[in-house]
Design a protein. Sequence first.
Length: 184
Amino acid sequence: METLRSERLTLRPMTMDDAEDLAERRSDTTTAQYQAWRAPYPVERARELIEDITSRPGPRPGHWYQLAVVRTRDDKVLGDVAIWLSENGRTAEVGFTLHPWARGHYYATEATARLVDYAVFDLGVHRVEASTHPHNISSIKVLERIGFIPEGIRRERYWVEDEVSDDAMYGILAREWKARRAQD
């Protein structure tokens, strides 16, 4: 997959060199509290995830694909963004995770918007979705800032091991995204 660029960021395919950083980010309890993993997150598990991701040349239907989010000016890894494609390739789901020290600078907003650009303009998806815990206000703000529309709460839908929580659903259609981008 090609590298994606935005004003301040580079979104590049992950490599094994990212394993320790990924494990560190996922081991942070404030990061893990709304995610599908528990902290601590072992580096071996990060290596396995990266090996799985890099076994594909890019996003493929039915699979998640992650990209490292790198600050272009100093090549510092800030986090990652992910994209999943439906079996027919017409719907994408996106997600984002940043180190705690990288939050509050609109990096997640910029990186996620660039990933949605890629999904809509390069992959030709019809709809982009995202979901988050209803109490994850920071992630909700990112999604709403770039134009995602709240679509409801799926009650007791999201499982992490033996704990279940609600799942707040957000979406944007390709035509809505294109109209927003035309105004920028």
